[in-house]
Design a protein. Structure first.
Length: 1280
């Protein structure tokens, strides 16, 4: 049996009791880890004397090594897998085994593959004796893998984890040295559990570790991944896994008829059993053999369990048809076993059964996404109030192999149980939303526990109220860690509220002792205090908006403080600050900076001082009175080198508060233009304005030994850099347009390559006020690649392969321009967190690039320059936080979403067309449909904390430049997508496909074809799902002869949609149903017409909202409760009307947004905010900024609308954001855009204040607090 995995016969969880009767009346009792055997009669050797006493069918458990004599039917698949493993042994990379749930992947890997290797190896001499291990990912898969690798080598697990994250090449090299003349094979069974059991960070570390040890020819470790087929899409987001999916994975299909015979009969023959012919035929029939639609592969676990259950009811040595029928058969045996056990349990244990199984299931958005979950010993011990009842449940279901104890915990033995046991299915479906809420809450609890009970992770506000309300209504589902989390959250919330109510409490006490007159005064005073706090919150929020361009870190904290004073007043400032940078040392201009390897210490060069700064946001030390230039810091943060007045000073910074100058080294009469210290502190390189590069041996920092002076670059050397792994080479760049690589290891340095001619380098200038230092070249984390700017042919970035420094080779380049002149390209940095991001800085701003494992370089996003952004930059280690030197300190950006910094997430595909259709579902699952001219797709999305996406299907496009749309039925189970279908030769005709979102592949169930005359540019289902409104616009009269209209289709008939009526409309654009379903708004040229469709066969026109001449494009959107509707016009005006009994009531609230076309608007679910995309805003004030944006308008006051927040959008080819939609809870806003991806914006201030506090940088000082919030006692807003 593989290490790290235990079957149901293994030791139970602590505190649990199991007992079993052995043959001859003996009893085996197991309590915790103690095993006691009591013999009441002679112990019979059943396995030797009575082979029929051995069941050769494992039930829901997989076959394990040593059971290969019972394993039949997959010989060809084992051979195919061995062939791929041998190929990977030579070429490197992982091998994927992909199959549906129930196809037998675990048995093939654990028994078929491992046993075959033990017999014959896999292609190389001695391979049958090479080590092999089978693991199943848990919550900490990287640690599990590191432990396995450590056990096979002399490398400690912690060292393996560190090298895997920091230097994968070194880890691979070390493993090669440890595994001389042998190769370790790691088999990862149930690889899909990295997506269900591990969080994003743990998953990335695990995949990175696998990649490190198995990539490349001759890699020391082979990796086989067993993957459930419906998790194929999850792997596409990772470049390494995506490449593996393309590299001939082994597909595990259905078992053929002849092999299925062997699966049934082979094991029986091995132990002397007979299978009745009638039973064999019944099994084959129930497995679907001979049926064109049946997939016997997915029924293998059902067959295995039915055979085991039939064996228990055998007649002598014969498995009979009668015994099979008694079990419930293939389709009922699992349910019969589970229900029989359930019926035998007492009431407390039955209640515990529901709780245990629901905790062992991760409820997904649809059936295919439901998955098993591993429960650790600690979670089992602390998660249930009645431990004895839980012990009884675990013992009962483990004995029947429906539960399995493994990896120090408990799990459901096979996914098949989730479908085959109706009782469990009903528990899961009874309140799926509640189960998902519980899972999300438990995830937050784990984060809280992992953070050491950090109070910033606790729930607060409305989210805490919702969590407590859920716990009150579901007491049986509240585990003790969750209970402790909620108690801690409420205590913290109470403390916050007490701090803010102190004055109100005093006034209330006065009321008790005052006279009636005094009491009235107190009430008035209380009202005054409330109004004062409200006014103060508004003032603080406005200050936050005003300061955002110049002091963004301070502005973020003021926004948080305003929100804490009054949620409504501070919400807009919070949301609008997303995407802005935090700040370190805002008082100093920063010429250059460096950081240690941990990212905990920053060394800043200000031109007049050396400043040592903590990453937590406070000064550690300062050296004044030195004219500083370029600066460098050793990896351990103990040695600092800085250019000072034509010299280089070395400082010991072991104690940053008391830095000690060690020595001053002359630069031979030239200005110091670049400085670098090798990772091991043994080499110092200094670039000069004369072009020479000075080098020293700094093994003893206080006594450096001067080495050879390198010729460098005529006209000046502006950049020098070492690889992070050590001092063996040095790269330099300068004004001669060359990059040179120098050999430094083992003696005097010498030139090994000068063949890279790249860019027009500019000299660094150092003035008295502010300047920038060049870092124009950078090594990748493994030292094998060198990143540099380029200028020929408009190429802005090139990556060179320099693993052989004497023969650099161009690896890849980008065709995108760099948004800045080639003379001003200042700095390059690479992230060392999962998924390499490259940042480049220049006077035009900061550009972000994606460098994938397939050597593909992609322009990922662009940060608009803020003041002097564009100087030195660097990623904080192991993060997606980017530090940039500016005139106002270090700016700190969160580029977790580099495609669109400031947005919560960006995903999907780029689409063509005039617009891109988009729709969000409103059912139990959150689905997103995107429809473009070229293609479309259907996603399942979850934006509760981080945005996670699953691609469910790629769909055909509309092939029409203008006609594309998508709409969901209210329950989300159907989606309507506009497509085009060929009619006559060369003729394309629009159709609408209604697809079933509950089935894999999203199959078409109905097609609307001949009833569409021109196009299907927009669609929407009525709230009751009975009507589909379709905009049939004749946007090209030259092509189409029939007039435009809005068509209503009845969709409740099982026979398919039927046309009810067609409403003639001139140039219709979109439609919107009121939540009451009997009011339809039709948006068209000239205005928006309200229609009464109480009788859909005879719609009645009602109010017309007209914006006057020239209003050609309009859009509308209802609030969730239907009491408000926003109507937009292309003149930049949006009107918000109240709706009473289906009638518009006025006057409306008017919003004027010059630059917006009014075609798309969205009202937040609570009706308090209207979102409007604005491609060309005329307001270029400093607090808002220029460029395309999404404006969020506060319409709480019906008389005055207020621009509350601005989300900075992107613009491509003249198009800004198109369709947009709020989620039902109002916490996120989805937008789509031509030639761009789907963007998700956070509109949840609770989430945003946490994000802002993480990036804010230096905490607000008491002096700043007194200046901006004088009416409140000082309390750092990000420390509560």
């Amino acid at each position: 049996m593989p290490e790290g995995s235990q079957s149901s016969e293994d030791l139970p969880l602590p505190g649990l009791r199991q007992e079993a009767r052995a043959s001859g009346g003996s009893m085996i009792v197991q309590v915790g880890g103690d095993l006691t055997l009591t013999a009441t009669a002679r112990l019979e050797e059943v396995f030797e004397d009575d082979p029929v006493g051995v069941c050769p069918y494992p039930g829901l458990l997989p076959f394990e090594p040593g059971q290969d004599k019972w394993y039949f039917g997959r010989g060809r698949d084992v051979a195919a897998l061995l062939e791929r493993i041998d190929k990977a042994r030579i070429e490197g990379g992982p091998v994927l085994l992909i199959g549906a749930s129930g196809a037998g992947k675990s048995s093939l890997l654990r028994c078929g593959l491992i046993s075959a290797i033990a017999r014959n190896g896999y292609g190389a001499a001695g391979s049958r004796d090479w080590p092999r291990r089978v693991i199943t990912p848990g919550p900490a898969p990287a640690r599990e893998l590191a432990d396995v690798l450590a056990a096979m080598s002399e490398i400690p697990a912690e060292r393996i984890l560190d090298l895997g994250a920091r230097d994968p090449a070194e880890l691979s090299k070390s493993m090669c040295m440890q595994l001389t003349h042998r190769r370790l094979l790691i088999v990862v069974d149930q690889f899909e559990e990295v997506f269900t059991s591990a969080d994003e960070e743990s998953r990335a570390r695990f995949i990175g570790l696998l990649k490190a040890v198995c990539s490349g020819a001759g890699s020391p470790v082979g990796v086989v991944l067993g993957l459930r087929a419906d998790f194929y899409g999850h792997c596409l987001s990772d470049p390494w896994l995506r490449a593996a999916l393309r590299d001939d994975p082994v597909q595990l299909g259905p078992v053929e008829r002849s092999d299925l015979d062997r699966v049934i009969l082979g094991p029986a023959d091995q132990v002397g059993l007979t299978v009745q012919p009638e039973l064999r035929e019944a099994l084959l029939a129930d497995m679907g053999v001979g049926s064109a639609s049946a997939d016997a592969s997915s029924r293998l676990p059902l067959l295995a369990h039915a055979l085991r259950a039939t064996w228990l009811k055998r007649s002598g040595r014969t498995l009979t048809l009668a015994g099979y029928h008694d079990t419930g058969g293939i389709h009922g045996a699992i349910a019969a076993t589970a229900d029989r056990l359930y019926a035998k349990l007492g009431e407390p244990a039955q209640a515990a059964t529901r709780a245990v199984f629901l905790r062992l299931v991760r409820i997904g958005g649809e059936t295919l996404e439901d998955a098993r979950r591993h429960l650790t010993r600690d979670e089992l011990a602390s998660g249930f109030p009645d431990v004895d009842a839980v012990a009884e449940v675990v013992a009962a279901y483990t004995n029947q192999r429906l539960l399995t104890q493994e990896q120090g915990g408990l799990t459901i033995t096979h996914e098949a149980l989730l479908q085959a046991w109706p009782r469990l299915r009903s528990w899961m479906d009874a309140d799926r939303a509640s189960h998902v809420f519980r899972q999300e809450l438990e995830a937050q609890v784990r984060t809280w526990q992992d953070s050491g009970h950090d109070s910033s992770v606790l729930q607060r506000g409305s989210r805490l109220d919702n969590a407590e309300q859920w716990a009150q209504h579901h007491p049986g589902d509240v585990a003790r860690p969750v209970e402790r989390f909620l108690v801690a959250s409420r205590a913290a919330e109470s403390r916050r509220r007490r701090q803010r109510r102190y004055l109100t409490a005093i006034l209330a006490a006065l009321t008790l002792v005052a006279s009636a007159t005094a009491g009235l005064a107190v009430v008035q005073q209380r009202r005054a205090v409330t109004q004062q706090r409200l006014a103060e919150a508004r003032a603080v929020a406005q200050q936050a908006k005003n300061l955002l361009p110049s002091q963004p870190g301070l502005a973020m904290q003021l926004a948080v403080a305003a929100y804490q004073l009054d949620h409504d007043s501070g919400r807009g400032a919070l949301i609008g600050a997303m995407g802005s940078p935090g700040t370190y040392d805002a008082a100093d201009p920063v010429i250059d900076f460096a950081q240690d390897r941990a990212g905990s210490l920053l060394a800043l060069s200000t031109g007049t001082a050396i400043v040592l700064w903590s990453a937590e946001g406070h000064s550690l030390g300062r050296v004044e009175g030195v004219s500083t230039g370029p600066i460098a810091l050793s990896a351990d943060g103990r040695l600092l080198a800085v250019g000072v007045d034509g010299d280089v000073q070395l400082w010991d910074t072991t104690d940053p508060k008391h830095a000690v100058r060690l020595i001053t080294l002359p630069a031979n009469g030239s200005d110091v233009t670049a400085v670098a210290v090798s990772a091991d502190k043994k080499r110092l390189a200094v670039g000069t304005s004369a072009g020479a590069i000075l080098t020293w041996d700094t093994t003893i920092p206080a006594q450096p030994r001067e080495l050879r002076t390198l010729a460098g670059h005529p006209g000046g050397t502006d950049s020098v850099t070492f690889p992070v792994a050590g001092p063996s080479v040095l790269a330099s760049a300068g004004a001669d347009h060359f990059i040179r690589i120098w050999q430094l290891g083992g003696g005097e340095p010498y030139l090994v390559s000068a063949t890279i001619r790249e860019f027009a380098g500019g000299k660094s200038q150092f003035g008295s006020s502010f300047s920038k230092v060049g870092h124009r070249i950078a090594f990748s984390s493994n030292g094998k690649n060198l990143i540099a700017p380029g200028d020929d042919g408009g190429l802005s970035l090139r990556i060179w392969k320099v693993d052989d420094p004497s023969k650099p080779a161009l690896l890849t380049h980008s065709d995108a321009t760099n948004n800045c002149g080639i003379d001003t390209f200042q700095s390059i940095s690479l992230s060392n967190s999962p998924g390499t991001t490259i940042a480049t800085a220049c006077s035009g701003g900061i550009q972000l690039w994606k460098f994938e494992d397939n050597d593909e370089l992609t322009d990922w996003g662009h940060l608009t320059a803020r003041g002097d952004d564009g100087g030195a930059l660097a990623f904080q280690p192991a993060t997606k936080r980017l530090l940039v030197a500016t005139r106002g300190g270090i700016h700190k950006y969160d580029v977790q979403n580099p495609t669109h910094v400031g947005a919560l997430a960006t995903f999907g595909f780029r689409h063509t067309g005039l617009t891109v259709g988009m729709a969000l579902s409103s059912g139990g699952r959150q689905l997103l449909a995107v429809a473009g001219s070229d293609s479309g797709e259907l996603w399942q999305v979850n934006d509760s904390e981080k945005v996670t996406t699953t691609l469910l299907a790629r769909l055909p496009g509309s092939s029409s430049f203008a006609g594309k749309s998508a709409a969901f039925s209210p329950d989300g189970n159907r989606v309507a997508i506009s497509e085009d279908a060929p009619h006559a030769v060369g003729e394309i005709h629009p159709v609408v496909r209604l697809r079933d979102t509950t089935n894999p592949g999203v199959p078409v169930i109905f097609t609307i074809d001949n009833e569409i005359d021109n196009s299907a540019v927009y669609m929407q289902f009525s709230p009751d799902g009975r009507i589909l409104a379709l905009v049939d616009d004749n946007y090209a009269p030259v092509i189409h002869a029939k007039p435009s209209s809005v068509k209503l289709f009845a969709t409740g008939d099982s026979a398919g949609p039927k046309l009810i009526t067609s409403i003639p409309v001139n140039d219709p654009q979109s439609v919107a149903f009121s939540p009451a379903a009997h009011v339809l708004m039709i948006n068209a040229a000239g205005g928006v017409r309200q229609w009464d469709i109480s009788d859909p066969t005879s719609p009645t026109p009602q109010a017309l909202i007209s914006f006057g001449p020239g209003s050609n494009y309009t859009g509308s959107s209802f609030s969730l409760d239907g009491t408000r509707v926003a109507v937009g016009s292309n003149d930049g005006t949006v009107q918000l009307w109240r709706v009473d009994a289906g009638k518009l009531t006025g006057p409306p609230t008017t919003i004027r947004t010059p630059g917006a076309d009014g075609q798309y608007v969205a009202v937040s679910p609570d009706g308090r905010v209207v979102a409007i995309p604005n491609a060309r805003p005329s307001d270029l004030s400093a607090d808002v900024g220029a460029g395309p944006r999404i404006e969020l308008w506060d319409v709480t006051n019906p008389e005055v609308s207020t621009l509350d927040a601005v989300l900075k959008d992107q613009q491509v080819d003249g198009f800004a954001a198109g369709q947009l939609a709020y989620t039902r809870d109002g916490r996120a806003l989805y937008t789509t855009q031509v030639s761009q991806f789907v963007t998700v914006w956070s509109t949840d201030p609770e989430r945003d204040q946490i994000a802002l506090c993480r990036i804010a940088g230096d905490p607000i000082t008491p002096e700043q607090w007194a200046k901006y919030i004088p009416g409140e006692p000082f309390s750092s807003p990000c420390s509560t």
